[in-house]
Design a protein around this ligand. Structure first.
Ligand code: SAJ
Length: 426
C-alpha cells in the first residue's frame, strides 16, 4: 500500500474511531486535535467519548504503538479531516432570513494546519459533513497556503496532491461495526483522487466503495439525513393531526405500515443530535427558494418540542381544575429520558433536554428527571432532581415520556396524567 502513515485531523465521534480502525490494521496513525485533554486521554490509551467497543480498539492501538495523538500536524501520506461543521450562529439565533449558515472555519483551520506539512503525492480527504462546494473550497485553501504544490482544481489528474470528499455515514452507538460494513461514497475531485481514496479505505472497509465527484458526494450525505428528517417530520405532523382528531397515532402508523410499500417512521418529542437536525439546513441555506419541503420539515420538527410543552401546560390546567384545593406549586412533573435518542448518554441537541429545561423554568412545583444513562444532571437543569423510575412514577402528578429507553419500555405507569411522546405506555 502507498500509505505508510495516515493522519486523522479531528479526534471526535468520527475521527477517533476511524483513526483506531486504520491503526488496528497495523498502519501508523497520527491523530491531531486542538483539544489537549482529548490528546492526553488518547495517548494514555483511553477515550474521551462514549462509543461501544471503541475503548478496546484505542487501547490496543496506542499500546501497540500504531496510534498517537498530538496537537500539531506531522507529515503523513494521507490526511483525513473529520472536524465539526456547525452553524455560524446557533439555531436559536438564525440569520435575517431565518436560515442558519454553515461555519467552515474548522475545515479552514485544519487545511491551513496540514498545509504546512503537505508534500507531493499526498492525499487529503474531507470526511466532515459539508455544504456542496466545501471540498473545492478546502482545496483552494490548501493551494493558497502551498503555491509550490499543484492541486486538482488547477492541474486535474496531474496534481501533486489528490483531494476527495468521503462522507462518514455511521450511526452513533454502532460506529465500529458500521465503519467496516457500510458502503462508502468516494467523491474524488478527479478519477485519480477517487482511486487513491478507495485504496486507502479498502484497508478496513468491507462495504462497497462507490465513486462519484466531490459535489455529488457532499450532496449524497446531506440527502440521506434530509430524507430521514422529512420522514420524521411526516410522522410528527401525523401525531399532531391525530391528537386533534382523537386517533392513536401509534396504532395508525402500525396499520398503515402493513401496506407493502409504506414505512412511516416514529413520531417523538422532536429531532435531536448533531446530524439530522443540522444537515438539511446546509441544503436550505444554499438553495432557499428551491428547498421548500426540506425547509418545512425542519420547521415541523423544530416546532414539536414546543407542542409538547403546550401539552404539559394543558395537563397542569386539567390537574388544577380537578383539584381546586391545590396550586401549581403542589404539582410534581416527571420527565422520562433526557438523551437525544434511546439507549445512549448523549444529551447534546436533545429535544428532551430542551423540553425539561423549559418546564423547569416555567413550573413553580417540583420537576424530576429519570435518565438511566447518566449519573449527574447538567448545570442547565438546575433545580431538577435526578431520581429513580420508582420514585418518579409513584410521586408525580404529570408523567412525561420523552425518550423510549429500553428500561422504560419494560415498566408500566399507573398514576398521574400521562403524556407519552413515544407511544410506549399506550
Ligand atoms: N427519530 C425520531 N423518529 C424516528 C427516528 C429517529 O424522532 O423514527 C429522532 C431520534 O430520536 C433523534 C433524531 O431523530 O432525536 C436522530 O436520530 P437518528 O437515529 O435518526 O440519527 P442519528 O442522528 O443518530 O444518525 C444519523 C444517521 N443518518 C441516517 O440514518 C440517514 C447516521 O447514519 C449518520 O451517519 C449520522 O446521522 C451522521 O453522522 O450524519
Amino acid at each position: 500500500m502507498s500509505f505508510k502513515t495516515i493522519s486523522v485531523v479531528g479526534l471526535g465521534y468520527i475521527g477517533l474511531p476511524t483513526a483506531a480502525m486504520f491503526a488496528s490494521r497495523k498502519i501508523k496513525v497520527i491523530g491531531v486535535d486542538v483539544n489537549q485533554h482529548a490528546v492526553d486521554t488518547i495517548n494514555r490509551g483511553e477515550i474521551h467519548i462514549v462509543e461501544p467497543e471503541l475503548d478496546m480498539l484505542v487501547h490496543a492501538a496506542v499500546t501497540e504503538g500504531y496510534l498517537k495523538a498530538t496537537t500539531t500536524p506531522e507529515a503523513a501520506d494521507a490526511f483525513l479531516i473529520a472536524v465539526p461543521t456547525p452553524f455560524k450562529s446557533s439555531l436559536n439565533k438564525k440569520s435575517d432570513s431565518g436560515i442558519p449558515e454553515p461555519d467552515l472555519s474548522y475545515i479552514k483551520s485544519a487545511a491551513k494546519a496540514i498545509a504546512t506539512v503537505l508534500k507531493k503525492g499526498d492525499l487529503v480527504i474531507l470526511e466532515s459533513t459539508s455544504p456542496v462546494g466545501a471540498t473545492e473550497q478546502m482545496a483552494e485553501w490548501l493551494a493558497e497556503a502551498r503555491s509550490d504544490l499543484s492541486f486538482p482544481q488547477h492541474s486535474g489528474e496531474n496534481a501533486d496532491v489528490n483531494v476527495a470528499h468521503c462522507p462518514e455515514r455511521v450511526l452513533p452507538g454502532h460506529v465500529v461495526r458500521e465503519l467496516v460494513e457500510n458502503d462508502r461514497v468516494i467523491g474524488g475531485m478527479t478519477t485519480k483522487c477517487s482511486e487513491r481514496a478507495i485504496e486507502l479505505y479498502k484497508t478496513f472497509v468491507e462495504g462497497e466503495c462507490v465513486t462519484t465527484n466531490a459535489r455529488t458526494a457532499e450532496m449524497a450525505k446531506l440527502t440521506e439525513n434530509s430524507c430521514r428528517d422529512v420522514q420524521i417530520a411526516f410522522a410528527n405532523e401525523l401525531s399532531i393531526i391525530c391528537d386533534k382528531l382523537d386517533i392513536n397515532v401509534w396504532e395508525l402508523i402500525s396499520l398503515a405500515n402493513r401496506h407493502p410499500r409504506i414505512n412511516i417512521l416514529q413520531p417523538g418529542p422532536g429531532v435531536g443530535g448533531h446530524c439530522i437536525a443540522v444537515d438539511p439546513w446546509f441544503i436550505v441555506s444554499k438553495t432557499p427558494e428551491e428547498a421548500q419541503l426540506i425547509h418545512t420539515a425542519r420547521k415541523v420538527n423544530d416546532a414539536k418540542p414546543l407542542w409538547v410543552i403546550d401539552k404539559v401546560k394543558i395537563a397542569i390546567a386539567d390537574f388544577l381544575q380537578a383539584n381546586p384545593n391545590k396550586t401549581a406549586k403542589d404539582i410534581t412533573i416527571a420527565c422520562y429520558g433526557l438523551a437525544f435518542k434511546p439507549d445512549i448518554d448523549d444529551l447534546r441537541e436533545s429535544p428532551a433536554m430542551f423540553i425539561t429545561e423549559k418546564i423547569a423554568v416555567m413550573h413553580s412545583g417540583l420537576v424530576v428527571a429519570v435518565e438511566p444513562n447518566i449519573h449527574h444532571l447538567p448545570l442547565t437543569l438546575r433545580g431538577v432532581e435526578l431520581v429513580s423510575f420508582e420514585v418518579a412514577s409513584t410521586r408525580s402528578d404529570i408523567q412525561l415520556m420523552l425518550v423510549d429507553h429500553k428500561e422504560f419500555k419494560e415498566i408500566e405507569i399507573y398514576t398521574g396524567i400521562v403524556i407519552d411522546t413515544k407511544g410506549i405506555w399506550r
